[in-house]
Design a protein around this ligand. Structure first.
Ligand code: AMP
Ligand code: ZN
Length: 473
């Protein structure tokens, strides 16, 4: 069964067929100036599910996701704190990685930073100036001339007739901003001449000191790691215009090859309790905010992928509670089936089967749903529909293992969730932690003493490989 997605540029569902033996996918990564919010993670999780599904279908995937570590926001915030851009962005990059790991997202194959690819970006800008698609301005900036690219607007479906020759926006200005509306479409900055507010954050170029515009980094890094034309490009729907439209223009004009990308994968936004997520409305959540409210990253991931990626998802606390019960139900059924099949949880976790393992199993409809425009809600529905039929047959278990891999659902973290649910008093938790620490430092006498104390108080401790569970006796 082939995997298909709705392709923004063809405006229809296309089967994903790689150009070479490896499927190349590039996803616009985070701008690292603060913690990513759960809206960002909705998009990154959707991309993670796509990659995992492609792998389960038997494809080898090369996943490239950049780190935007230079732009107006990163420069402004680092300067406010008196930190170097590098130290500042590294801090938020590390936090992003930590959150991604907690959400059980696979690390990309390559994760290039914009500041480490200045030469590649300058090379592309030079090519565009040399072949007449870009021009330097008086302030040391370089602009892409959209009137030289007849296909400008093909991704976002812009009306070319009314914008073909504009070099200034509707207000009569040359557009130096990285983001703008369709109505103010105009030539855009590839390179920005140095300004006082950039501080020490500048690089030398043939047009003087400055720094790259935002769009050029993705063209330079995607083509470097995936080739002049590659398979799939992803991002949230807000990036479709102007970011991705500009990427197509820069890349196709610099390389002379078309199409830059075969499949465009855009995911819809996350709303919160029916409203746009924003700081001013006080409804912007990070992973830490939700963990502090007692939810596990696995439950948060489940809630984020529970709606179809092309529809806006309304994030609610009820949705998180539903995710919590769904995962608990899943964990229980899987545990029982593994018992019947005499399979260990560790062996179950290793199951990643290529596509033919789904055929004829009770989970085939769930797999078909994933392959059909990545329909995660339908796949989850089919999984729950099939669970009562799960009787320990090894082919069914293998298919379920692969499906959970594709969805990135790690049930072992749910046993940790049960532990949180057990309502363990703080002093018991501290005592159990002290016992674990004693055991780790090989102070077995102290560890035994603490265990006895806990037993007296009515609590038992069960050790796992990397921690412990506390249960009421
Ligand atoms: P940024 O760090 O702002 O560049 O965004 C990283 C990714 O998150 C991009 O693909 C954005 O399109 C996406 N994104 C931003 N806000 C939301 C949201 N509310 N819901 C879903 N995706 C979002
Ligand atoms: Zn990008």
């Amino acid at each position: 069964m082939n995997v298909s997605i709705h392709n923004t540029i063809t405006r229809r569902k296309d089967v994903l067929t790689p150009q070479t033996d490896t499927f190349g996918m590039y996803c616009c990564g985070p701008t690292v100036y603060g913690p990513a919010h759960i809206g960002n993670f909705r998009t990154f999780v959707a991309q993670d599910v796509l990659r995992r599904t492609l792998e389960c279908s038997g494809l080898k995937v090369k996943h490239v996701r950049n780190i935007t570590d230079v732009d107006d926001k990163t420069i402004r915030e680092s300067r406010k704190l008196g930190m170097t851009l590098k130290d500042f962005t590294k801090k938020w990059e590390d936090k992003f990685h930590l959150d991604c790991d907690r959400l059980n997202m696979l690390r990309p194959t390559v994760e290039p930073r914009a500041t480490e690819h200045i030469a590649e970006q300058l090379d592309m800008v030079s090519k565009l100036v040399a072949n007449g698609h870009a021009y330097p301005a008086k302030d040391g900036s370089v602009y892409f001339k959209i009137s030289t690219f007849a296909d400008y607007g093909k991704l976002a479906g812009l009306d070319r007739e009314h914008m073909a020759t504009q070099s200034t926006n509707s207000a009569g200005e040359v557009n130096n901003a990285d983001e703008y509306e369709r109505e103010s479409v105009s030539d855009f900055a590839l390179w920005k001449g140095r300004k006082p507010e950039d501080g020490e954050n500048f690089w030398k170029s043939p047009w003087g000191e400055g720094r790259p515009g935002w769009h050029i980094e993705c063209s330079a890094m995607s083509t470097k790691y995936l080739g002049d034309t590659f398979d799939l490009h992803g991002g949230g729907i807000d990036l479709c215009f102007p970011h991705h439209e500009n990427e197509i223009a820069q890349s196709e004009c610099a390389t002379g090859k078309s199409p830059y990308v075969s499949y465009w994968f855009h995911s819809a936004h996350l709303m919160v309790e029916g409203q746009k997520m924003s700081k001013s409305l006080g409804n912007l959540y990070t992973l830490d905010d939700l963990v502090a409210k007692g939810y596990t990253p696995a439950q948060i991931r489940y809630a984020l992928m529970s709606g179809h990626y092309r529809q806006q998802l309304n994030f609610t606390f009820k949705g998180l509670d539903d995710a919590k019960s769904a995962l608990a139900k899943l964990a229980k059924s899987v545990k029982a089936a593994l018992g019947r099949a005499k399979m260990s949880e560790a062996d179950f976790k290793k199951l990643i089967a290529p596509e033919n393992n789904f055929a004829g199993t009770i989970f085939e409809p769930a797999w078909n749903a994933l392959c059909d425009d990545l329909n995660v809600p339908r796949a989850l529905g089919e999984i729950f529909g099939a669970l009562p039929k799960l009787d320990g047959k090894s082919r069914d278990i293998a298919a379920l293992g692969s499906l959970l891999y594709a969805l990135g659902i790690d049930l072992s973290s749910e046993s940790q969730a049960e532990q949180t649910e057990a309502d363990v008093p703080e002093e018991i938790k501290q005592m159990a932690q002290a016992r674990w620490d004693a055991k780790k430092s090989k102070d077995f006498a102290k560890a035994d003493e603490l265990r006895n104390k806990l037993t007296e108080l009515g609590w038992s401790v069960l050790d796992r490989k990397d921690g412990f569970d506390i249960k009421k006796i």
